[in-house]
Design a binder for this molecule. Structure first.
Ligand code: DX5
Ligand code: ZN
Length: 232
């Protein structure tokens, strides 16, 4: 450990200029593109699908794309996202009738697999499938919308998830999603996260005229993470 990854959520980007927005956050030092897929069924909102993922690849984005499926069911759409250039595909266990099968499907398609846990969802489902999981994603808000407040209980849950990963001995990333800001990212890192989704905190950071608008927020997050690393 520990390579910290910052994953801006494009949910809060300007969709009319999406390619440019993604180029700008990556140029500002982001590591991963977090791609929120919502279906107005599993969550009460509707966003983007494989066509947009493929369009970002076609635009020239080479960074990992972290596809967060907030859809139900999940299996039908997994191969389409793999084909569209997804690097990670994560889903909520509530979205699949057969969690083990869906995890296998993601890996068979050549992607890294992940399970996403809502604030109220226990981590128990990991027990028998952890060998098929490359990423554990803890939601620190209820899924569906950007701009919500971080749920503090997630810090305890991160510690539990970090312990599960340590007990397993596997190479599994621990991601957190929802309400992550410059002010709380260090505490979240100290609790065990290594991958940080941030939507509104990054894309809402500055005025649109400034070409380097994302540099300072990402630099501040890195400073906070460096401080946390010194404490770990
Ligand atoms: C919420 C999404 C998040 C969202 C995070 O359902 O999964 O990725 O974009 O947004 P912020 O960082 O604004 O809470
Ligand atoms: Zn997300």
């Amino acid at each position: 450990m520990t390579d910290f990854l910052i994953a801006p959520s494009i949910l809060s980007a300007d969709f009319a200029r999406l390619g440019e927005e993604v180029d700008n956050v990556l140029a500002a030092g982001a590591d991963v593109v977090h791609f929120d897929v919502m279906d107005n069924h599993y969550v009460p909102n509707l966003t983007i699908g494989p066509l947009v993922c493929a369009a970002l690849r076609k635009h020239g984005v080479t960074a990992p794309i972290d596809v967060h499926l907030m859809v139900k069911p999940v299996d039908r759409i997994i191969p389409d996202f793999a084909e569209a250039g997804a690097s990670y595909i994560t889903f909520h266990p509530e979205g699949s009738e057969h969690v083990d099968r869906s995890l296998q499907l993601i890996q068979q398609c050549g992607c890294k697999s992940g399970l996403v846990f809502n604030p109220s969802t226990p981590l128990d489902v990991l027990e028998y499938v952890i060998d098929k999981v490359d990423m554990i994603l803890l939601m620190s808000v209820n899924p569906g919308f950007g701009g919500q407040r971080f749920i503090a209980k997630t810090l305890d849950k991160l510690k539990s998830a970090r312990q599960i990963i340590a007990n397993n001995g596997g190479d599994i990333r621990l991601e957190v999603d929802g309400g992550v800001t410059v002010d709380n990212i260090a505490d979240i890192a100290r609790a065990g996260a290594d991958t940080f989704v941030a939507g509104s905190a990054v894309f809402g950071a500055a005025n649109a005229e400034d070409a380097n608008k994302y540099d300072s927020v990402i630099a501040k997050m890195r400073q906070e993470l460096a401080q946390a690393l010194a404490d770990i």
